[in-house]
Design a protein around this ligand. Structure first.
Ligand code: PLP
Length: 352
């Protein structure tokens, strides 16, 4: 992908002309596309964050002793900005990401931006990169806030300086097709008392191994079990899971080992509003194997159906297609996110 050219082209979308970065919007994928600007805000361990600013996108400098480099003191977030048909730019529930970062920061002994600071910083970052928000139907602008310990430490203690940073990258719409999952029963993602319920950076590379082994066998991803009994399903490495049986929708309850996804929460609320019964509960593997439908949710995947699950060499297939329950939930969620369906939930925030 070419570096930012800084050039803009004008495209007419119905009522108004919208400026876009000069790239081929049909060729974006999931690789990082550098944009023009990022947001940076720093504070010492003794004070709160006060003021940040938009800076040119580029490498950051830190001490080799930085807390993030040595002990993984850091959190990530993920949300998206979408372009509507009439050229507006919408965020989806950004204050939820802010709240989740605050909870994570408390667990990781870090200072965090206030909800207002977080949302304002996201808006400023998107505004500064507005021409990188893809045209309607071509994808979205993925927004990655980071909160990291950038001050130097040698002993095991919180860094003396924290940096809140936001960068963005245009990404195409996710159309991988239905997933083929394999249940992982030896490597675990999260343990009770651990950090599975927050988005610490230290949760992700430990699952590369399980994913690599699964991918080598042709699976799309792994589904993790609870580490204590190894009998109940929890989630994937970066998305939550739901099962549908006889019009009852169930998802594992979040008690510290499962990341409380904002897409998960939204799908629960949409399902209830459409009249479905929704249960947050313990889900034994047997229930998963007997389900009619299975799907995954997350900012990156949005809502992705699962075609098959393999457990101890037994493979089960699920219903997919236009008549499935997940399809109705998907249409409603993406309709609200892209402004196609009126947002009666009050979830979208316009950036202007
Ligand atoms: C981010 C994440 C999710 C999905 O959360 P959303 O807020 O819906 O994007 C689910 N599971 C894990 C482990 C995650 O890191």
């Amino acid at each position: 992908m070419a570096p930012p050219s800084g050039q803009k082209t004008s495209q007419s979308t119905g009522t108004s002309a919208v400026e876009y970065a000069d790239i081929n919007w049909d060729e974006i994928g999931f690789d990082l596309v550098p944009t023009d600007h990022m947001y940076v805000m720093k504070c010492s361990g003794e004070e709160n964050f006060t003021r940040g600013s938009i800076t040119p996108y580029g490498n950051i400098e830190m001490s080799p002793g930085a807390g993030i480099l040595n002990y993984g003191q850091g959190l990530l977030e993920g949300l998206k900005a979408q372009r509507t048909e009439d050229g507006r730019v919408l965020l989806f529930r950004p204050e939820e990401n802010a709240e989740r970062m605050k909870i994570g920061a408390e667990r990781m002994c870090m200072r965090s931006p206030s909800t207002e600071q977080f949302v304002e910083a996201v808006k400023q970052t998107v505004l500064a990169n507005k021409h990188w928000v893809p045209p309607p139907g071509k994808g979205s602008l993925y927004i990655r806030p980071l909160l990291i310990g950038t001050g130097p430490v040698l002993g095991l203690e919180p860094a003396p300086e924290f940096t809140f940073l936001i960068y963005v990258s245009p990404v195409r719409n996710f159309h991988t097709g239905p997933l083929n999952l394999v249940i992982e029963d030896t490597i675990h993602r999260a343990t009770p008392g651990g950090t599975g319920g927050i988005k610490t950076v230290t949760n992700y590379s430990p699952v590369y191994k399980a994913r690599a082994l699964a991918k080598a066998k042709g699976f799309s991803d792994v589904l993790f079990l609870d580490a204590v009994t190894k009998k109940n399903i929890e989630e994937l490495s970066s998305c939550n899971i739901f099962i549908v049986k006889d019009d009852v929708i169930s998802t594992p309850a979040t008690h510290g080992t499962i990341l409380p996804g904002i897409t998960r929460k939204s799908i629960i609320e949409i399902a209830l509003s459409l009249g479905y019964q929704v249960k947050e509960r313990v889900i034994p593997v047997e229930d998963l194997l007997e389900a009619d439908e299975v799907f995954c949710t997350g900012t990156a995947v949005v809502l992705n159906p699962v075609f098959s699950v393999t457990y101890q060499n037994k493979r089960v297939e699920y219903k997919i297609g236009a008549e499935a329950v997940y399809k109705k939930l998907y249409v409603m969620l993406t309709g609200i996110q892209t402004g196609r369906i009126e947002d009666n939930m009050g979830w979208t925030v316009e950036v202007d």
